[in-house]
Design a binder for this molecule. Structure first.
Ligand SMILES: [Zn+2]
Length: 399
């Protein structure tokens, strides 16, 4: 039997054992599922799963809802089983260049609280302040749903830099203020909770895959269009990280080998043609008052010819880079997100043209280019998915 009075943290660390843990972990990874799916996914027999569910139900850790299954079984509505709030919550935190955003979900994969704050500093200049702000927002979001840190089973963290498989910053020049830090350890030291870390574009792809415009799609690319350019790739239902963990650095694909030198140290990178920093520098030649990328997009959407030109040219260049990516991995969907995502209508046509010029016809026809559904929340929600461990399983394809 599972103890009735225990903190979720102790529950997962100590109290759940054997088959109960296996069933509970399956529910934590895959979300609400029918009993039949649980049998397949856990690899346990039907009578064992039934006995465990009775036990977990008695302890108030799972609930069953009739008629809630995505796919009715044999024409009749099947019931789905899911973990309850008693089983705990998962936390995601997204630290961007000028914002921190956190999200809390229950273990039935429902997002139940979110908090966000803009910073008046670049987080690269003040890592400790950014981490402290994340802690403040995590505690506030937990408080919003009557939870505390003892209810948290895991934390996911996103940062705007490539992250290696051993959770270090993969390219120090991209976030120099954090180069010697291990972001997961830093947040763990402040929260006293287990933390996993990944690149923010990877997490945005994961967030869209689980909750947004990538649902039901097993091969997708999320493009982060902001100050920097990044991509997150889901292949065959799994987040693809590559050998060193740094896959998806679309911003540092070379467009012009003899072009200007990029902050990464190479020449002619996509980011120099399409990144917010470059676009803004260019736009300021005619609009010196421009404060940020949002202002540039607003002018473009309002019909300013110079700003429109800049964004449309960026679309063409991005299309060339995407065409090459599409040739390599043949995704079903490309999601355009983050700040420049607000200019999707202006970007789309030149982007499609650039893509058609570089991608194979069959691959270009197979790919849908759509707007992100979760911007600006995608990376924070992806961080929740990371905390839940969804990145470790073929989530959408699993029956
Ligand atoms: Zn570069």
């Amino acid at each position: 039997m599972v103890a009735q009075q225990t903190h979720p943290r102790d529950l997962w660390r100590r109290d759940l054992g054997g088959t109960a843990k296996r069933v509970a972990e399956t529910l934590r990874l895959y979300g609400p599922r029918t009993r039949a799916e649980l049998v397949t996914l856990s690899g346990l027999s039907r009578p064992t799963v039934s006995a465990v569910l009775t036990d977990l139900g008695g302890a108030g850790l799972v609930s069953e809802k009739v008629g809630a299954a995505a796919r009715p079984v044999g024409g009749r509505p099947a019931s789905v089983v899911q973990l309850t709030r008693r089983a705990g919550v998962a936390v995601g935190a997204d630290i961007g260049r000028r914002h921190v955003r956190v999200a809390v979900a229950d273990l039935g994969h429902a997002v139940i609280a979110e908090r966000a704050a803009r910073t008046d500093f670049d987080i690269d200049d003040r890592p400790a302040d950014a981490l402290e702000l994340a802690v403040t927002l995590v505690d506030a979001a937990l408080g919003d749903v009557g939870a505390t840190r003892v209810d948290v089973v895991g934390v996911g963290l996103g940062v705007p830099a490539p992250i290696t498989r051993d959770w270090r910053i993969g390219s120090p020049p991209m976030l120099p203020g954090w180069a010697d830090l291990r972001p997961a350890d830093e947040l763990n030291a402040r929260l006293g909770l287990p933390v996993r870390v990944d690149n923010d574009a990877n997490l945005a792809a994961l967030g869209e895959y689980v909750w947004g415009a990538g649902r039901g799609c097993t091969d997708l690319v999320y493009i982060k269009l902001a100050t920097g350019i990044g991509a997150g790739i889901v292949l065959d239902g799994r987040l693809y990280r590559g050998a060193a963990g740094t896959a998806g650095e679309l911003g540092h694909v070379t467009l012009d080998a003899r072009g200007a030198v990029c902050r990464c140290g190479n020449r002619g990178c996509v980011e120099l043609a399409v990144g917010g920093r470059a676009l803004l520098a260019n736009a300021r030649q005619s609009h010196p008052q421009l404060q940020n990328l949002g202002g540039l997009i607003e002018l473009a959407n309002g019909g300013d010819p110079g700003c429109r030109r800049l964004i449309m040219d960026a679309g063409t260049q991005l299309g060339y880079a995407l065409g090459n990516l599409v040739n390599l991995i043949n995704p079903q969907r490309v999601l355009l997100g983050d700040e420049l995502g607000a200019a999707t209508e202006l970007l789309r046509e030149p982007l499609q043209r650039g893509l058609a010029e570089t991608a194979l016809a069959a691959a270009a026809e197979a790919v849908q280019v759509v707007q992100s559904a979760l911007t600006p929340r995608a990376a924070a929600l992806g961080a929740v998915a990371l905390a839940l461990g969804i990145d470790t399983v073929p989530f959408a394809t699993a029956q």
